[in-house]
Design a protein around this ligand. Structure first.
Ligand SMILES: NC(=O)c1ccc[n+]([C@@H]2O[C@H](COP(=O)([O-])OP(=O)(O)OC[C@H]3O[C@@H](n4cnc5c(N)ncnc54)[C@H](O)[C@@H]3O)[C@@H](O)[C@H]2O)c1
Ligand SMILES: [Zn+2]
Ligand SMILES: [Zn+2]
Length: 369
């Protein structure tokens, strides 16, 4: 079929919205009609050329929610009409990692996905016979996408799709960091560094876990106001004194749990140093720049602090994303404040500009507009 998609033609140049060709789903694959898609930093990072593993031409986008239109041979878990959230982090339920409760890093299709191919090593996207690659295995800046069944989470048909899309990346990452990776305990003191989509999700996750005190640290008053709406009990403007401030507020010990959601390695270090001696756990969700390293004085570790990393919040997507969407539908997570702008596919570059200007948390593309 022919459809409209936002194509990355050249690094550093705006995406080009144009007609491309998409072929039918093969065995184990699903055709999804996109209804909504968030615009995320990772899309911009790749479009800018800063990501050394990026490739072009490719259809970007990974925060998608849509409706199943058709399924290929052998697809069992979804059928036409089902509502789905796209997963850049798939869950095959068979590999060594999927069978372990300790990680969500499915091994099934990593190599092909990293090269922009579907699992059989080919692409369904093309233009005038020239293949176009699939970004993050999702390519959701498009009216339709073909994805493997193992990378789709089936969700309740009642969920608003512009909310559901946020669970495809940033929101699940933050929620999962608090609920899965750290498993925040009731009554805890928590510090969240960063109040973007990921940090705000971590604030909400800490609240749902029953944390007593949730301190959110950012540089933007507007974003800190949003953190209050998600359950932050204290909001601070970050700076050089933040670690000392945490110590002063916790009888000199530090916080039970800290989360880093800025991508800045200096802030990561603050997050480690703000964790409580004895048992404090620092969870790093931010993605640092290429070649950057995290400096940790070993004494912090010897005296009982731990550091964990979290990719997609440790969330096993097909099993857990549907439950997170239900939580939002039940009123436990207030998703609407995260959707700052609703735009058309043709406005995807404006979505990048808004993100660059830190105007709101997420721009969401509405395909039905
Ligand atoms: N681990 C994963 O699977 C995963 C998934 C999605 C995003 N991420 C990463 O998580 C990070 C956050 O993503 P986001 O979408 O929330 O980004 P964002 O840019 O919207 O939010 C980052 C926030 O950090 C704040 N900040 C910057 N410097 C700070 C400082 N010195 N002190 C305190 N706050 C500071 C900014 O004001 C901003 O509000 C990024 O690095 C992103 O790449 C990771
Ligand atoms: Zn993302
Ligand atoms: Zn797997």
């Amino acid at each position: 079929m022919r459809m409209r998609a936002a194509v990355l033609e050249e690094f550093g140049a705006p995406l080009s919205v144009q007609e491309v060709e998409l072929t039918d789903p093969r065995a184990g694959e699903v055709l999804v009609r996109l209804v909504a898609c968030g615009v995320c930093h990772t899309d911009l990072y790749t479009a800018s050329g800063a990501d050394p593993s990026g490739y072009a031409p490719a259809v970007l986008g990974h925060e998608g929610a849509g409706v199943v239109e058709a399924v290929g041979e052998g697809v069992k878990d979804v059928r036409p009409g089902d509502r789905v959230v796209t997963l850049f982090s798939p869950q095959c339920r068979e590999c060594e990692h999927c069978r372990s409760p300790r990680t969500n890093l499915c091994l099934a299709i990593r190599d092909e996905q990293n090269q922009g191919h579907l699992p059989d090593g080919t692409t369904r996207l093309s233009r005038d016979g020239e293949p176009i690659r699939h970004f993050m295995g999702t390519s959701t800046f498009a009216e339709y996408t073909v994805m493997p069944e193992i990378a789709l989470a089936k969700i309740t048909p009642e969920a608003p799709m512009h909310h559901a899309a946020l669970f495809a990346c940033g929101l699940s990452t933050g929620l999962g960091a608090a609920m899965n990776t750290a498993k925040v305990e009731p009554g805890s003191t928590v510090v969240v560094f960063g109040a973007g989509m990921v940090g705000l999700g971590a604030v909400a996750g800490a609240r749902l876990q029953g944390a007593e005190r949730i301190i959110c640290v950012d540089l933007s008053e507007d974003r800190l106001a949003l953190a209050c709406g998600q359950g932050a009990t204290d909001t601070w403007i970050g700076g050089e004194d933040t670690v000392q401030q945490v110590l002063d507020e916790t009888r000199g010990f530090g916080a039970d749990y800290t989360f880093e959601a800025t991508g800045n390695v200096t802030v990561m270090r603050q997050a480690v140093e703000s964790a409580r001696m004895g048992w404090g756990l620092c969870t790093v969700a931010g993605v640092a720049g290429k070649g950057e390293t995290l400096e940790v004085v070993p004494r912090y570790l010897i005296t009982g602090r731990r550091v964990a990393g979290s990719s997609f919040g440790g969330v096993k997507g097909r099993d857990q994303v549907p439950g997170y969407v239900e939580l939002a539908l039940a009123g436990e997570i207030d998703v609407e404040p995260f959707v700052s702008h609703r735009i058309r596919l043709e406005e995807v570059n404006r979505g990048f500009e808004l993100m660059h200007a830190q105007d709101g948390i997420r721009s969401v593309i509405d395909f039905d507009q």
